[in-house]
Design a protein around this ligand. Structure first.
Ligand SMILES: Nc1nc2c(c(=O)[nH]1)N[C@H]1C(S)=C(S)[C@@H](COP(=O)(O)OP(=O)(O)OC[C@H]3O[C@@H](n4cnc5c(=O)[nH]c(N)nc54)[C@H](O)[C@@H]3O)O[C@H]1N2
Ligand SMILES: Nc1nc2c(c(=O)[nH]1)N[C@H]1C(S)=C(S)[C@@H](COP(=O)(O)OP(=O)(O)OC[C@H]3O[C@@H](n4cnc5c(=O)[nH]c(N)nc54)[C@H](O)[C@@H]3O)O[C@H]1N2
Ligand code: SF4
Ligand SMILES: [Mo]
Length: 712
């Protein structure tokens, strides 16, 4: 018998990175528990899927364990096992040939929702290799939230103050009991305290009657207000709230005068529409809009936890900007009585700097200039955030404009299920001369790859949790056990590939050297950080006596933002344009009388882990929610398998009825498609093509008119 160790580490399943306790013996993980009581942050999705997924993945018989090379035709599932040397040499030779014959930009780095250091490594490789084409889900995940804060308040680190319950809390397009939290860091436990506090008013904005506190049976319908907007009309709703606050004079004129710029432009914009129009477009009664605006503006502190549902639309950036206006004109950021405050991150290499690091000169030589990037000048701000929007890649492959990408290197992503328009995505990816996919498991995307690389899971090597670094804290993840077979960490793959294409000088001898470099600004080695420190929190800029100020160009809250205007983006959200996601191909027609939107699974993370068979007692099949009256009108009953169809295609999910939901909304579940349920994949309903959200490159991933009918 070996020695039994109990380690504290952080869950890598979703962006919350909750603390976990793991019991390890003889290179086996015996048990993984929630990390309550460790003193480290635990937001915890309510089913606590993290512990199950971690141990389940480590012990899964489905794991990829050897590098594979395609045999025969693409997509036929025939593979030949090859050595790491052969795999890396084959890829390196292709990269160098493409770089020489066509230029480095024909190589595209395709990264998924980040987990550890692999994301920064992928970015760094692209920078060093000289390709500006790094594709990430940033176009519909996180960026609209963080960048709207940065352009408005001068910092991405604006967090809700939740140490004590605020007086009012708005949860907007975030299913926090299931997904673990909201952007702006409102975790489930903090939210629960607010929910039962008599002094806190809770406002939920979601078409679904979401569970708020499952253990107590509380739902959105138990909140003080439950607003059920038309999908993708949130920007209009936000401008409606701004209008009430401005026109009823619910703001503090001295604060507005001293600490904001552009209030007059906002006044002008809100004078251009009526609340009746807002009601008609959003389906939220005018009186409710007025009441909610009054509550948020007068009860302080007030916080808004905005979620991912606001990010996947053709007006995503301005929707989040409009929500920032609500926070701004009520003086709720960086003020003594405000609900949000700036966090100052600890001094460590944040992922952004690591992507470029000390390669400034190299970056200059191979700038990520919009002219050389696929998507060209179409996306006004996205190249500043270091990515090409996902559908930008699909578009370039299909149209061969501005040029045809040749090689795709995909790490931690399953584009064939997660990009809008799965059929177009597959068609596009098949045009690559070489597709390399690093994965834990076989997926729809590995299925059409030329080379599949077996990845070590994030608990099978040392790394640093990615997202916390964006939220001003640093969390160390220690390796618990060896990876299965010949699996390598993504970090090691990229490091070794870099050496083989002559970029070794920008990388490291070993993974530990890289991690040392990452924590160097803290004045310690990786090992010391991992073993002794584990977790570092940023400092709060909160000042109980005065306004803490803003790091914008003007030093004030930029209600109207000149920097945006300079980039060709509306400096104030434009009401007329916020209607775009409701129009044209997205809108109702005789054929499509209902409105489709989506939610993420409680049990599973994005498209992953459905093979593990975990949490069986809670696990549901692909489930679509509708109002019982609507279902009856269409002759459908609870438990029926039904088709949901948009102009792009149809999928099949099982119907669950939810009284109180808006009768026109059909809320489908995102993430299905692998492991025998290809026809439940909701991205068969979505379109990759224009119109897009031109500032950030978002694309409509929900909010399509649809129809429903019984499946055979
Ligand atoms: N219609 C619609 N589309 C959406 C969304 C939606 O709500 N609706 N949501 C969007 C959002 S918010 C996001 S973030 C994107 C996410 O899109 P993706 O980034 O593609 O996310 P996943 O489906 O999690 O794919 C990650 C894959 O990485 C594998 N994996 C896990 N850990 C590792 C590892 O350590 N190494 C390697 N190499 N592989 C690993 C998993 O097995 C999984 O197959 O999807 C977006 N797409
Ligand atoms: N269990 C689980 N946890 C996860 C993930 C997961 O897949 N599963 N994914 C992780 C990732 S990458 C992300 S980005 C986050 C996302 O987590 P969330 O921010 O919670 O995002 P979603 O679940 O996509 O949508 C949240 C809610 O928005 C509602 N909604 C749909 N359309 C609209 C709309 O037009 N307006 C409004 N106001 N609401 C709408 C949905 O009904 C849903 O309840 O979760 C992370 N955590
Ligand atoms: S999956 Fe659950 S336990 Fe793991 S980080 Fe996310 S919220 Fe926390
Ligand atoms: Mo996401």
């Amino acid at each position: 018998m070996g020695i039994r160790h109990e380690y504290v580490t952080f869950c890598h399943i979703c962006p919350n990175h909750c603390a976990l306790k793991a019991v390890v013996e003889d290179n086996k993980v015996l048990e993984v528990k929630a990390g309550g009581g460790t003193g480290f942050p635990v937001h915890m999705c309510s089913v606590q899927k993290g512990p199950d997924h971690v141990i389940g993945t480590i012990n899964s018989p489905d794991r990829l364990t050897k590098p594979l090379k395609r045999k025969g035709e693409r997509g036929r599932g025939q593979w030949q096992e090859i050595s790491w040397d052969e795999a890396l040499d084959t890829i390196a030779a292709k990269l160098l040939q493409v770089k020489k014959d066509f230029g480095p930009e024909r190589v595209v780095m395709i990264l998924g929702e980040p987990k550890g250091t692999e994301f920064a490594f992928g970015q760094r490789f692209a920078t060093a290799f000289g390709t500006p084409n790094v594709v990430t889900p940033g176009n519909y995940c996180g960026v609209q939230n963080t960048e709207s804060l940065r352009y408005t308040f001068g910092s991405r680190y604006i967090m809700a103050r939740m140490d004590a319950p605020p007086r009012v809390i708005i949860v907007w397009g975030a299913n926090l009991a299931h997904t673990g939290g909201t952007f702006s860091n409102i975790g489930r436990y903090d939210f629960n305290r607010a929910l039962v506090s008599n002094d806190c008013k809770v406002i939920i904005i979601d078409p679904k009657n979401i569970e708020l506190w499952p253990e107590k049976g509380m739902h959105a319908s138990d909140a003080d207000y439950w607003l059920r907007p038309r999908p993708n009309s949130d920007g209009i709703l936000a401008m409606g709230l701004v209008k009430v606050i401005v026109e009823e004079g619910l703001y503090d004129p001295e604060y507005i005068e001293q600490w904001t710029v552009g209030f007059e432009e906002v006044q002008k914009e809100v004078a251009g529409f009526t609340l009746e129009e807002v009601e008609e477009l959003t389906w939220v009664p005018k009186e409710t809009i007025q009441e909610v605006a009054r509550v948020y503006a007068t009860e302080k502190p007030g916080v808004i936890g905005s979620g991912n549902a606001l990010e996947g639309s053709t007006q995503a950036f301005q929707t989040l900007r409009a929500i920032c206006l609500i926070r701004g004109i009520t003086g709720n950021v960086n003020t003594p009585d405000g609900g949000h405050v700036d966090m100052i991150p600890p001094d460590y290499y944040p992922p952004g700097r690591f992507m470029i690091g000390d390669m400034k000169e190299k970056l200059w030589e191979y700038p990520r200039s919009p002219e050389r990037t696929i998507g060209g000048g179409v996306f006004q701000l996205s190249s500043r955030f270091g990515y090409v929007p996902t559908q930008g890649l699909v578009h370039a492959l299909l149209t061969e404009k501005p040029y045809l990408p040749k090689v795709g290197l995909a790490f931690v992503t399953n584009p064939l299920l997660t990009y809008p328009d799965s059929l177009a995505t597959e068609k596009a990816f098949r045009k690559l001369e070489m597709l390399v996919v690093s994965e834990l498991f076989p997926t729809a995307t590995t299925n059409i790859a030329d080379i599949v690389l077996p990845a070590a899971f994030m608990h099978e090597h040392d790394t640093v949790a990615y997202w916390p670094a964006w939220f001003a804290n640093v969390r160390a993840n220690r390796k618990l056990v060896d990876p299965p077979g010949e699996a390598w960490s993504d970090m090691r793959m990229i490091n070794e590939l870099a050496k083989r294409v002559g970029l070794g000088e920008y990388f490291w001898e070993t993974e530990e050297d890289a991690l040392d470099y990452l924590v160097k600004p803290l004045g310690m080695t990786w090992q010391k950080f991992r073993d002794e420190v584990i977790y570092l929190h940023g400092k709060s800029a909160y000042d109980p006596d005065q306004v803490a100020g803003y790091h914008t160009k003007s030093g004030k809250v930029e209600l109207s933002c000149a920097e945006l205007a300079k980039a060709g983006v509306d400096p104030v959200p434009c009401f007329a344009k916020l209607k775009d996601p409701l129009r044209g191909k997205f809108d109702f027609s005789d054929d499509y009388p209902l409105m489709m939107t989506n939610y993420k699974s409680e049990i599973f993370m994005l498209s992953g882990y459905r093979n593990l068979g975990l949490l069986k007692d809670k696990s549901l099949p692909p489930t679509v929610y509708m109002n019982p009256d609507t279902a009856r009108d269409y002759g459908l009953a609870e438990g029926d398998w039904i088709y949901i169809e948009t102009y792009k295609g149809r999928i099949r999910q099982q119907l669950a009825l939810q009284p109180g939901m808006h009768p026109k909304v059909v809320n489908v579940e995102f993430g299905w498609g692998d492991w025998g349920l290809a026809d439940a994949n909701m991205n068969l309903l979505t379109d990759f093509d224009e119109p897009w959200d031109y500032p950030t490159g978002s694309v409509a991933i929900r909010g399509y008119a649809c129809k429903v009918y019984k499946a055979a």
